[in-house]
Design a protein around this ligand. Sequence first.
Ligand SMILES: Nc1ncnc2c1ncn2[C@@H]1O[C@H](COP(=O)(O)OP(=O)(O)OP(=O)(O)O)[C@@H](O)[C@H]1O
Ligand SMILES: [Mg+2]
Length: 472
Amino acid sequence: MSLASLTANSVARSGESRESRGRVLIVDDEEVIASTLKEFLQGEAYEVATAMSMPVALGLIESFEPDVVLCDVQLPGGDGLTLLNRSLQVRPETLFIMITAYATVENAVAAFQRGAHDYLMKPVMFEELLAKIDRLMKYRRLLLENQALRRQFHAHEDLETLVGRSPTMQAVKTLIRKVGPTRSTVLITGESGTGKELVARALHTFGPDPDAVFLAVNCAAIPHDLLENQLFGHVRGAFTGAERDHAGLFVAAGRGTVFLDEIGELSKSTLAKLLRAVENKEVLPIGATRPVSFHARLVTATNKDLLAEVAAGRFREDLYYRLNVVSIHLSPLRDRREDIPELVSVLLAKHAARLGKHVQGVDNATVRGLMAAAWKGNVRELDNALERAVILGDGPILTPDDFPPGLMPENDTDNGTTRDNLRAAVREYERHHIQRVLKDCGDDKREAARRLGLGLSSLYRKLEELDSRSTL
Ligand SMILES: Nc1ncnc2c1ncn2[C@@H]1O[C@H](COP(=O)(O)OP(=O)(O)OP(=O)(O)O)[C@@H](O)[C@H]1O
Ligand SMILES: [Mg+2]
């Protein structure tokens, strides 16, 4: 069977009056079998496509997106199990029923072992086939529901990744919970490295369509004509090399989120186009005569003072008010130093795990030093400093020597208040560290004490001490 003999109309969607029960792809090189099964399943309100060879079948798995694939074990150009294998790589959610001519247990076992969900023997009995497909469709629905639940759960976890319990971070999290579920335009402000992109992602996860895509663009990193092309798209022939229509990001994002970072860097012409897009919820692709509407939510961020930019005539006032429907401000790390101990604990664990190093924590002098550092680059700088220290550090506990010289100020500001603050900070760090280790060992105190290098009774004493001084 040659590829050429397979025509595009081997895809038949029965999109008429009856509601489709799902999509089935039949892969069989015997044309009579394929078309008989197709007719039968279409009669049962399934949308059906057929393929007679492996390459065509693979293409259809991606373009037709079948729920269930009915696949002959013997295929020209590769066997059905190979197709199953490939399918698992490109579209793992596709369910497979293998059809075998030889009733051998080995065949059936091999199919199940490779990830097939069911199998049938030739000659295929219509009722048996239908029962199996119906059962898999039900299973698929449960699977999808389950995934949706897991996503909701992860949405909460996502906010956990936004570390910080300082009053300003608490306020940021409250805002995300409130504004996330709406489709409002949000402007995120804050110095570089304060976590603006993290907040934008959290807004998306808490948004009305967390399954839809989140598309981020750094406006400062792309020349402005390329940027306009990316954002608004173009039609075929709009310029040399534009060989086909290209939907811009606003359209491509569907019901998802477009995140424009460094919005203060946009050119005048792009700003004008963006204003039109935001006002009318439609874009005019380059070379197009008619605008295209879009549904994506817009989140923007800047490290500039946009009002000052407006006053200086560099940013459009009308656009500023459109973007600033809700604003979320992230304060610099130096203004919320109480977040540093928890950040150190979480970010250190992240890098240690990723790099496979057994770094357990930092010593007290290091917490004090990190608490007092300037952090001009904010959380990103802290994150980088910790990553570097994990890579270069030797022991399980990092010391000030593992950090770049000059990062931590000398101890010349040793007045009483600073000392008290720093003591509180060290306690705070210890608390996070012990809590994390306890969580890691499922609250097994004996194991936690071992990992922390403490006796069991010392651990209990520490826990009591931290408990009684808890100020959180
Ligand atoms: N509250 C936080 N909790 C955990 N990680 C954080 C937090 N804030 C920032 N980070 C981490 O710091 C790094 C910088 O954050 P992000 O890229 O969101 O900053 P930004 O404000 O967008 O910076 P820029 O203005 O340079 O684009 C990232 O690795 C991010 O994961
Ligand atoms: Mg950013």
